[in-house]
Design a protein around this ligand. Sequence first.
Ligand code: SAM
Length: 389
Amino acid sequence: MTSATPPLPRRSPRARHVDLLSKGRGRERVQQILNGISAFGALLVVAELRIADHLADGPRKVTELARLCEADAGYLRQILRVASSLGLLRTTNQPDTYTLTAEGRSLRSDLDDSMLPATLMAATPFWMQAMCALPETVRRAEPALPQPTYEYLADNPDARALFDWFMHTRTAPVAQAIARLDFQQARKVVDVGGGHGVILAKILQTHPHLTGILLERPDVAESAAIYMAKLGLQDRCEVIAGDFLDSVPAGGDLYLMASVLHNWDDENAGRVLRNVRQAMDAERAGPAQAWCVDLLRPVVSVQVGAPPTAVLTTVRMLSLFRGGHERTRAEYETLLAANGLTVTQAERLPGDMHLMIAAVPPAEDASEMPQHRPAAAQSTGRPFPGGAS
Ligand SMILES: C[S@@+](CC[C@H](N)C(=O)[O-])C[C@H]1O[C@@H](n2cnc3c(N)ncnc32)[C@H](O)[C@@H]1O
């Protein structure tokens, strides 16, 4: 039997060569992406065995490190070689001896912005399961997980404690930058889904005239209250256990939502924003603001091969939270506008995070509370003028 397929046209040797090269490049790119798994394995060893802590005071021989970490020196040596080619460690002029690089130092457990908890969190069974289940998640249009992520964290206090440590270290540099902004016109800051309160605490410590309310899930509120008390802020900060999808406390003139909206689809993010908007309406002492802090997804497709964090975190969000994703600035503006808020100002924060300040649109605001609008807000459109100092 002869084949019905017509013979392929003959290609020049040069065209065939170009073809082969580009096929090779395609394979190489996929291999590079796959290599990320091995790189993550090596990073995990460095993190779990606290190599950065053991090298904090200076270089050590592999055998000494192995003894300190209760690990096998032969296995460890192989992994440290990989970790050093990843730029986390480097060898010294002493034989079989390693020291930390600046990148490796970021894994020390004692740093306020340590990358250790982020690494450990990524390796937890739930986070791993979420990533491996991503194809099914994409089919179902919801995380293919046994329970919603925040419920899982509520049922697993150790995982929740690690998550809170991770959020603390991720948010600490952002908290510093936010606390440097101008809060002179504000009196009460409401931190909606504030976690342990790392941002709110920094704001209150920096601006003694302010008081705060921290709204969190009941399983987190208790430890947030302990954190605030440890910093001596218990008299200036009320911690409320509640659900921001149901309501948000009234009485604030600045409503902060940091790394909150990207956990939710537009429908539920809209619910949170409407509750904030309603709480702002209830406040009649002055024009309140909503401060949204999140990564901003770049609009244009970025350079191939090294997408920035704000592109890749959508993968993490979708894997863990129904409809969670990073948004572009335009998408935030649309989302906020659909829920009665207009972005008046944006500030760049560390780590590709951004602050978008939103207020009730002027016409609506003017009709509702004209007599309380400060002169500065009328002239600049920025109700709390200022900016990063
Ligand atoms: C990604 S974390 C951000 C924490 C903090 N704002 C920060 O930037 O470090 C989101 C927080 O929202 C809280 N959260 C989730 N669902 C909530 C709900 N329905 N009501 C109140 N808080 C909630 C979580 O417990 C978590 O602490």
